[in-house]
Design a binder for this molecule. Structure first.
Ligand code: LIP
Length: 267
């Protein structure tokens, strides 16, 4: 493929990702039952969220498949197809599900297109904040169309660090211990509840660093590219026996310092 063709295809992928994220985000915002949080205290709240999650993923996958029938798919709600075009869409219809359930604003739609070298396009749509983050590999990162950069030159004891916790008791017990030891060494910790939004916050300087163990590919595919294109180093460290890895992001040299500290703490 010539460079021109490649650029045209990337632009096409970006347009599709932006459109799909906008449509799904709008649907999730408008169709969220007003009493969803109240339902949480009643019978089966998670089912309503799962229904919304599944509907949004179907909307995204149907939209993309209609336009690019030969691509592969990997989605949190089960989409999984190898495809034959060399492009795979990695979709998280709602990242920040618990926030969505409770009516908190930090949830998003995350869509990435990957080729053999990783993410080529990433879009994170945050409907409640009217924010769209996007990046194209080698082309920078943007918030509502305006270029963003990660903070640089932040020493660790001044760093605002975002993190997240897994769902199992074992994992979060260990994560709590790591936070206990890390907290005195940094400015403060933030836990928004959406890995994709954390990575976008890193990209636009709302936090200085981010780390979390045990993320799934759809949590990190789009946000990871956006943070990296904003100048942050984003690394996947310490794969453990259970297959879980530790994602760390920050601009250098904070990245190296934080990664070494997390390593020391057994994060
Ligand atoms: C969640 C993340 C959150 C993380 C959880 C979970 P979900 O994704 O974005 O930040 O701490 O482990 O993966 O379940 O809302 O799609």
């Amino acid at each position: 493929m010539t460079t021109k063709h490649l650029e045209a295809e990337t632009a096409d992928l970006l347009e599709l990702a932006l459109s799909a994220a906008r449509v799904a985000g709008g649907m999730l915002l408008v169709d969220r039952p007003a009493d969803l949080g109240v339902a949480a205290t009643k019978s089966s709240p998670t089912d309503v969220v799962t229904e919304m999650d599944t509907a949004a993923e179907k909307l995204i996958v149907d939209f993309l498949r209609a336009r690019r029938p030969h691509d592969g798919f990997l989605g949190e709600e089960g989409a999984g197809e190898a495809g034959e075009s060399g492009i795979r869409w990695v979709v998280d219809p709602i990242d920040g599900t618990v926030n969505y359930l409770y009516g908190l604003p930090a949830w998003c739609v995350s869509i990435a297109a990957e080729d053999a070298d990783g993410a080529i396009v990433g879009v994170v749509e945050v409907p409640t904040q009217r924010e769209t983050f996007h990046a194209v590999r080698g082309g920078g990162a943007f918030r509502n169309g305006v270029a963003v950069r990660a903070n640089t030159g932040i020493p660790m004891d001044r760093a605002l660090v975002a993190t997240g916790f897994g769902y199992t008791v074992e994992r979060r017990t260990r994560q709590a211990e790591v936070v206990r030891q890390l907290l005195p060494a940094v400015r403060d910790i933030r836990r928004y509840g959406s890995a994709a939004i954390d990575l976008c916050a890193l990209a636009c300087g709302r936090v200085d660093a981010y780390y979390e163990r045990g993320l799934n590919p759809w949590d990190v595919a789009a946000g990871g590219l956006i943070a990296a294109e904003a100048g942050a180093s984003v690394g996947v460290l310490r794969v453990e026996d259970d297959g879980s890895n530790l994602v760390v992001g920050a601009a250098s040299p904070l990245y190296e310092e934080l990664a070494a500290t997390l390593e020391q703490l057994g994060a």
